[in-house]
Design a protein around this ligand. Structure first.
Ligand code: GRF
Length: 211
């Protein structure tokens, strides 16, 4: 199988991008990062990409009058690099329905909560405020809804009584790094969507564990 071609879209730190990169280096993931894109200049994720010798592109959304204009220029770059998957890793821009349609089932996002709980911003703070005992992260396909597309992988973490947003976020982030690699590993095989479910062919072949 040829390596999956990944375009990473980020807006900041880029630790999920780094985790995916490192998994590729360790040969745990048969993929290559063909683009790291940011809508914000001067972010750590772009410096990391440059220092790793990866193609890095920035289109500052503040220089565009419309979302469509920004996405049109992003699409031109994507057409040049032909990604299999667009990997949103802390990309803080909503994608328009037209963009989602164009890349249907090829855009992934990671969210720091167990969806459908706590979509949107400040998911860790929402989880603490609600008082849940378990939270985690979700890798999902992106559709037109906010954090509502089909789930690919979820990983859970405990929520402790003395947690702050910072401590809970750190615990979740550790699992995010694993979840994204696991999701991409799974998506490198054969899969399909049934209703809201992402079904992986490999798992269907495996005998049920209790047999
Ligand atoms: C992560 O918590 C992710 O779940 C959220 O944004 C954060 C990005 O972190 N969507 P990083 O830039 O990958 O370090």
């Amino acid at each position: 199988m040829p390596p999956m071609r990944l375009a990473i879209l980020l807006s900041g730190r880029g630790s999920n991008f780094r985790a995916i990169h490192d998994a590729i280096e360790r040969r745990e993931l048969n993929a290559e990062i063909i683009l790291v894109f940011s809508n914000r200049p001067d972010v750590a994720g772009i410096s990391t990409a440059e220092s790793l010798g990866l193609r890095a592109e920035v289109l500052d959304h503040r220089n565009y009058r419309t979302r469509a204009g920004h996405e049109a220029d992003l699409s031109k770059i994507l057409e040049e690099v032909c990604p299999d998957y667009l990997v949103l890793a802390g990309y803080m821009r909503l994608l328009s329905p037209a963009f989602v349609e164009r890349y249907r089932n090829r855009v992934l996002n990671i969210h720091p909560a167990l969806l459908p709980s706590f979509p949107g911003v400040d998911a860790q703070a929402q989880a603490l405020a609600y008082g849940v005992k378990v939270s985690g992260c979700t890798v999902h396909l992106v559709d037109e809804s906010l954090d509502g597309g089909p789930v690919v992988v979820q990983r859970e973490v405990p929520v402790h009584d003395d947690d702050t947003v910072a401590t809970l976020s750190d615990r979740i982030l550790e699992q995010e790094h694993r979840a994204y690699v696991e999701a991409l590993q799974k998506l490198s095989g054969t899969w399909r969507i049934e209703g809201r479910r992402v079904v992986f062919a490999e798992e269907e072949k495996a005998p049920a564990r209790f047999l």
